[in-house]
Design a protein around this ligand. Structure first.
Ligand code: CU
Length: 99
């Protein structure tokens, strides 16, 4: 335990909790761009592209403003195909397929 550590540098949250699939944001791309999960499972996006800002934008749901670090997770309750993009980079797209 480290009671005095305070909020720290924001490198990574403690105990990056259960994600079923991880997508890494690197080289101005979502890696992998297409992932498949089952309904009720969680996708974790992890920023790892140095100083290049990205976000995850599903339209109605987004990770927020573009950022250069951190994580975002979303749990998909219903089956379907959910395309998303990065608001900063036109060609940076991904899809979550929920079966
Ligand atoms: Cu981007």
């Amino acid at each position: 335990m480290c009671a005095g550590c305070g909020s720290g540098g924001g490198a990574s949250p403690p105990a990056a909790s259960a994600a079923d699939v991880t997508v890494t944001l690197r080289n101005v791309a979502f890696n992998p761009a297409r992932v498949s999960v089952r309904a009720g499972q969680t996708v974790l996006w992890r920023w790892a592209d140095g100083g290049v800002p990205h976000n995850v934008d599903f339209g109605a749901v987004t990770s927020g403003d573009p950022t250069t670090s951190g994580t975002y997770r979303r749990t998909f309750a219903a089956p379907g195909s959910f395309p998303y993009r990065c608001d900063v980079h036109d060609g940076m797209k991904g899809t979550v397929v929920v079966g």
